[in-house]
Design a protein around this ligand. Structure first.
Ligand SMILES: C[S@@+](CC[C@H](N)C(=O)[O-])C[C@H]1O[C@@H](n2cnc3c(N)ncnc32)[C@H](O)[C@@H]1O
Length: 273
C-alpha cells in the first residue's frame, strides 16, 4: 500500500461517508449508524436506491469484462474504489486475464482499513492500493506508475465517483489530467448520477446528502458527455447504466435489476485514439 495517510486511519463516525452509505445500500457491514440513517432516509424517498447500487456494481462487472475481452487492455486504474464488495474489479478482470494489474485509489480511511481484500489477486496479476484524493491526479499517476506501465493502454475507471466532485471542485480537470497522461488505446470507464430520468427523487436525494455535509451532483446527458470529449464511445454510448449491454437472463448480473427500468446513473466507456 502507498500513500501519505497514517497506518491506522482515523475513521470519522460523526457524519456519513459516501463509501459507507453505499456499503449499507449493498447490504455490507462496514458502515456506522450515521451512514445507515442517511441510507434509510434516501431509501425512504427513493425506494430503489439499493437497486441503483446493485445495478452500478453490475455495470462495473459488464464494462470491465467488455474492456478486457474486446480490447486486450490488462491494466486498470480504479479511482473511488469503495469498500471491497465481491467480486471486486480485479477479480472480474483477472477471471478473464489472470495477469491483469489493478491500482485502486480512494480517499476514505475506511477503504484503506479494508484494502487487504483488494490486494488478494491471482499470482500472475498484481493489485495495489493508493490512499489519495482524486483531485490530486498527478500524485495518483506517480504512484500508479510503480505498478502500471503508463506507456501501454490503461482503463481508467471512475465508477460512481464523479457525482461526489462538483465541476468547480475540479471534476473535469482531474479527468483531463488523467486521460491526458494515458497512452493511446486507453479508455475511460465511468458511471455518474443523473436527474434526467427521475428528477424529483434524485433532487430529494441530493438535498438529503447535502444536508448531511456530503457533496452530490447530478449531471445531464450533455454534461456527462463532456467527460468523453475527444474520446470514441464504445457501443451503446452514454446510456442509463441499466441499459449498457444489459445482462442476459442466464448471466450472473441478470438478478441485479440491470435489465429493467433505467436507473439514475449514466454509464459509458470511451477510448483515446
Ligand atoms: C459510491 S462509492 C463507489 C465504489 C465503487 N467504485 C463502485 O462503483 O462500486 C464512491 C467512492 O468514491 C470515493 N470518493 C469520493 N470522493 C473521493 C475523492 N475526492 N477522492 C477519492 N475517492 C473519493 C468514496 O470514498 C467511495 O469509496
Amino acid at each position: 500500500m502507498t500513500g501519505t495517510e497514517p497506518a491506522v486511519p482515523r475513521i470519522d463516525t460523526s457524519r456519513p461517508h459516501p463509501a459507507r452509505v453505499y456499503d449499507w445500500f449493498l447490504g455490507g457491514k462496514d458502515n456506522y449508524p450515521v451512514d445507515e440513517e442517511l441510507g434509510r432516509q434516501i431509501a425512504a424517498m427513493q425506494g430503489d436506491a439499493p437497486r441503483h447500487a446493485r445495478a452500478n456494481r453490475g455495470f462495473m462487472r459488464r464494462a470491465t469484462r467488455a474492456v478486457v475481452e474486446e480490447t486486450g487492455i490488462r491494466q486498470f486504474l480504479d479511482i473511488g474504489s469503495g469498500i471491497p464488495t465481491e467480486p471486486n474489479l480485479h477479480q472480474v478482470a483477472q477471471s478473464v486475464v489472470p495477469d491483469a494489474r489493478v491500482v485502486y485509489v480512494d480517499n476514505d480511511p475506511i477503504v484503506l482499513a479494508h484494502a487487504a481484500a483488494l490486494l488478494r489477486g491471482t499470482p500472475e496479476g498484481m493489485t495495489e492500493y493508493v490512499q489519495a484524493d482524486a483531485r490530486e491526479p498527478e500524485r495518483i499517476l506517480e504512484q500508479a506508475a510503480a505498478v502500471l506501465d503508463l506507456d501501454r493502454p490503461v482503463a481508467l475507471s471512475l465508477i460512481a465517483l464523479l457525482h461526489f466532485i462538483a465541476d468547480d471542485d475540479g471534476a473535469h480537470e482531474l479527468v483531463d489530467t488523467l486521460v491526458g497522461a494515458l497512452a493511446p488505446g486507453s479508455c475511460l470507464l465511468l458511471s455518474a448520477l443523473t436527474a434526467d430520468f427521475d428528477p424529483e427523487n434524485v433532487n430529494r436525494g441530493i438535498a438529503a446528502y447535502t444536508a448531511s455535509g456530503v457533496t452530490l451532483v447530478a449531471r445531464s446527458h450533455a454534461e456527462t458527455g463532456r467527460f468523453f470529449e475527444g474520446l470514441e464511445l464504445m457501443e451503446p454510448g452514454i446510456v442509463s447504466l441499466s441499459h449498457w449491454r444489459p445482462a442476459r437472463d442466464d448471466e450472473e448480473d441478470a438478478g441485479d435489476g440491470s435489465t429493467k427500468e433505467p436507473v439514475s446513473l449514466y454509464g459509458a466507456v470511451g477510448f483515446k485514439r
